[in-house]
Design a protein around this ligand. Sequence first.
Ligand SMILES: C[S@@+](CC[C@H](N)C(=O)[O-])C[C@H]1O[C@@H](n2cnc3c(N)ncnc32)[C@H](O)[C@@H]1O
Length: 232
Amino acid sequence: MTAATRSDADDRAFVRGHTSLRRPPLLPEVTLWLADDVVPLWEATERRLGGTDTDPPFWAYAWAGGQAVARYVLDHPDEVAGRTVLDLASGCGVGAVAAAVAGAARVEAADIGMFAGVAAELNAESNGVRVAVTARDLLREPPPAVDVVLAGDVCYERRMTARMLDWLATAHRQGSRVLLGDPGRAYLPGTGLVRVGEYDVPTPTDLESAPVRRTAVFCLAPLVGAAAGTPT
Ligand SMILES: C[S@@+](CC[C@H](N)C(=O)[O-])C[C@H]1O[C@@H](n2cnc3c(N)ncnc32)[C@H](O)[C@@H]1O
């Protein structure tokens, strides 16, 4: 089946057909449609999209960084309650769902990946919350004026990370609170971040090298004086 013949209903059926509803141990407050085995799902995705150069099914997992951001938001609802929240690179929408559960006024999940929007919608529905989704590449636009930007696990690929961090720094300068969750990926910057939380996140061993990843949540460091423009 090609992209041209796919419908939203087909995509929802595909996501549900390759996942099951789970409560991640770190996030017992939420239920998410998540997968077990990455390789068979990746192959099924390629068959469905009729290609062989498909990105991994990021949307079928709650990655360590996203789970940590979600845990932080659930533990600190004051960070998001009554506020507008963007979950950038949302994958399954774990951060977005947690923000909505924690009382955010409006939540948007943004991810350019195929099926990510559908997964985030299904996951919002399974928790009885509302999350708007977009597949636009927001990194090509100025950051929107939102109170909080969540970014879970976005430091795993050099070019993408550079784009993400530039954009997040701009959002920060514009006044958004930026919360970044990361288990120590290769391109996590060594400076400019302030650790606000840390969690042991249970992780699938076919995706990660260990069953548990120590994962931090950071905010961007406060802007300093006239140098505002670059986080310290
Ligand atoms: C490792 S996953 C993390 C997903 C989610 N935040 C989590 O922690 O579970 C990284 C995600 O970044 C998304 N991504 C990559 N480039 C992006 C971009 N320019 N805009 C939005 N999402 C992007 C991918 O599609 C993928 O879903």
